[in-house]
Write a protein that binds this ligand. Structure first.
Ligand code: DC
Length: 230
């Protein structure tokens, strides 16, 4: 008998390797992978491009009503890429200008309700792996498997630096460190659904794990959870 499909919620600090794990896991299970951070980044890109004043509630509401977010699957990368009003924005949303603003914009209540409503909808049919900051606590509080990822701060900085320096050679380790620390601080201390470990989440510290090792661990957890509901 085929195992029933479940929801896997992966949360954690910036640059813990959540998206790498989520993507590999989804590919292995034949599930959909949704990078919820990409949605907040795309909204931020729209706000930056259109000079939206985030202190003006009407401007924020108007901007949100003009944003249409979709994901398209890229067969080469195995990743669902985000489209902002039908334009593939996957590369632009990784820009440092977006990274510097995204935590502030993701802290706005109206922005969160806009994104969370769409995320909940995507989980209706199960068979989904979603990563972010509030997936196990707010988006899918009933997810069958919740993983909370952590890694040593210095390891996270170097992973992020290695990723960014390929497209931005002038970036410094200090800049990356500062941005990560600031984002983690804002994400954990905001009023609206701050980053928290769900009580029933399993902690995965991947500081000294290879990608294969962490994937095997999580696949075992999925098998356990899926067999419980079979
Ligand atoms: O995962 P990421 O670094 O691409 O996320 C970008 C920002 O979006 C991050 O600073 C916090 C925010 N975010 C959030 O508030 N809730 C989520 N579910 C996902 C991301």
């Amino acid at each position: 008998m085929k195992a029933p499909k479940i929801i896997v919620a992966i949360d954690g600090y910036s640059s813990c390797g959540k998206s790498t794990l989520a993507r590999q896991l989804a590919a292995k299970l034949g599930y959909n992978y949704i990078d919820s951070g990409a949605m907040y980044r795309a909204i931020t890109l729209y706000f930056l491009r259109n000079g939206v004043n985030i202190r003006d509630k009407e401007q924020v509401a108007e901007a949100l009503s003009n944003i249409h977010l979709t994901f398209v699957f890229n067969e080469h990368t195995g990743k669902s890429e985000i489209c902002l009003n039908e334009e593939n924005a996957e590369h632009q949303i990784r820009d440092m200008l977006v990274a510097e603003k995204v935590s502030e914009i993701a802290a706005i209540r109206e922005v969160r309700s806009f994104a969370v409503a769409q995320q909940k909808q995507m989980g209706k049919k199960k068979g989904i792996v979603m990563d972010g900051r509030d997936i196990g606590t707010v988006v899918f509080p009933d997810a069958e498997l919740k993983v909370f990822m952590t890694a040593e701060p210095d390891i996270r900085v170097m992973r992020r630096y290695d990723e960014l320096v390929a497209t931005n050679p002038s970036i410094t380790i200090d800049e990356v460190k500062h941005n990560l620390e600031l984002r983690d601080y804002i994400d954990s201390n905001r009023e609206e659904s701050p980053l928290r470990q769900a009580e029933d989440a399993i902690v995965l510290d991947n500081s000294v794990l290879t990608r294969e090792e962490q994937l095997h661990k999580v696949i075992d957890w999925v098998k356990e959870r899926a067999s419980v509901i079979a």
